[in-house]
Design a protein around this ligand. Structure first.
Ligand code: FEO
Length: 384
């Protein structure tokens, strides 16, 4: 794949991965992207996951047609991108590694070598001439690790954006960008909205015609759409009209209440109700929906005088990813002492700028006319 006259894609697709970063389901696999820029000097942008070293080096050799690379630019040291640094450096003994000082510290920790005599340490604003074009490095700390940098090529107007603008999914599978990019963003980078906003502000001044991330497709059309979504996500703003409901149910009575609430909300004109069963659905999808919509309803069975364990885990995920600026409502079930709503609210108090919507719906074992009436009151409050 040719990105620009001088830039070739040399990344790989992974369809054997069970969980990305040890926790995220990737039903359509994962892409580890790498690019080679050929000028008077040749720069390779990042390596790929450990299992794909031979394939990657083969693609690099094919793209270079006998030439040897001068630089390996390491924008991010997470092993899905850094695992083949040593293979590259062994294969090309005259090449240098270009990275931030923090990246070289991590290189020593991960691989026992920091190439003291074969390295160029760069910081925000530094440049590296390749001949016709010059690469400019842009510090992007915490997007997604502290050593991360972006790279800008002003001749081709290409921004190499490390993990930013990445998504789950291999590149040989067609799928919607936003869905898997949103799940990726909130799962992996969501906690660091302030830092993402900071680096978006830095790149706003650049003339960018294409974004080359480390995962997902190269973005070259309608960049305002992708950048706009990133600004929304990084600012924890509401992206879509609708309500997310996340629930745990043991024998189905709580689920029945959730389905009734969803039907009431839809009947009242709510354009989208996104329902997640926290025990059975992908937790990362539920987190994504919580951030996507402006209102979240948490629904749990009482369990050991607390909420159900999957709900505890879900709220931890939200708090860990800086969930904020949302309306939250509660429904609880409990056969002899319903306490889940109180416990969920106490846990949600750690999140910033949350408006709690009343009434709390309490079910004792199964819905009754009284609890149905409270549920309808809640539905009215949520769409009102
Ligand atoms: Fe794709 Fe943060 O590594």
């Amino acid at each position: 794949m040719i990105i620009a006259d001088s830039i070739t894609y040399i990344g790989v697709n992974d369809h054997d991965l069970d969980l990305f970063e040890g926790q995220y389901e990737v039903p359509n696999g994962m892409a580890y992207n790498s690019y080679v820029i050929q000028d008077d000097k040749i720069a390779v942008m990042d390596s790929v996951d450990a299992s794909f070293g031979s394939e990657w080096l083969g693609k690099l050799a094919a793209a270079l047609d006998g030439r040897a690379p001068d630089y390996l630019v390491v924008q991010h040291m997470e092993p899905d991108h850094s695992s083949n640094i040593t293979r590259f450096m062994d294969a090309y003994p005259n090449a240098q590694v270009v990275a931030t000082a923090k990246a070289f510290d991590m290189m020593a920790n991960f691989y026992g070598v920091d190439y003291a005599d074969r390295r160029i340490i760069v910081k925000d604003g530094d440049e590296l001439s390749l001949g016709t074009r010059t690469l400019r490095f842009i510090a992007a700390p915490m997007v997604h690790w502290p050593e991360v940098m972006f790279t800008y090529d002003a001749i081709d107007k290409v921004l190499f954006s490390a993990d930013a603008f990445g998504k789950f999914g291999a590149l040989d599978v067609e799928e919607d960008w936003a869905c898997e990019a949103r799940r990726y963003y909130f799962g992996i980078v969501g906690k660091f909205g302030k830092q993402v906003t900071g680096v978006l502000n830095k790149v706003a001044a650049l003339d960018v015609r294409a974004i080359c991330p480390l995962h997902g497709p190269v973005l070259s059309d309608n960049l305002d759409y992708y950048i706009g979504l990133y600004k929304t996500w990084a600012a924890y703003e509401v992206e879509s009209d609708g309500i997310a409901i996340a629930y745990c149910s043991v024998y189905g009575h709580t689920k029945e209440a959730v389905m009734l609430l969803a039907a009431e909300l839809e009947a009242a004109g709510c354009p989208k109700v996104a329902v997640s069963d926290l025990a059975r659905d992908d937790m990362a999808e539920a987190v994504e929906d919580a951030f996507r919509y402006g209102t979240l309803v948490l629904v749990s069975t009482t369990y050991n005088g607390d909420m159900f364990p999957f709900m505890k885990s879900f709220i931890d995920h939200l708090a860990d990813h800086a969930f904020q600026n949302r309306r939250v409502a509660f429904m609880e079930n409990g056969t002899w002492a319903p306490t889940a709503a109180r416990a969920m609210r106490a846990k949600m108090e750690s999140c910033k700028n949350i408006e709690f919507v009343e009434p709390v719906v309490t079910i004792k074992s199964a819905l009754t006319d009284e609890s149905r009436a409270t549920l309808r009151e809640l539905a009215a409050a949520l769409v009102g």
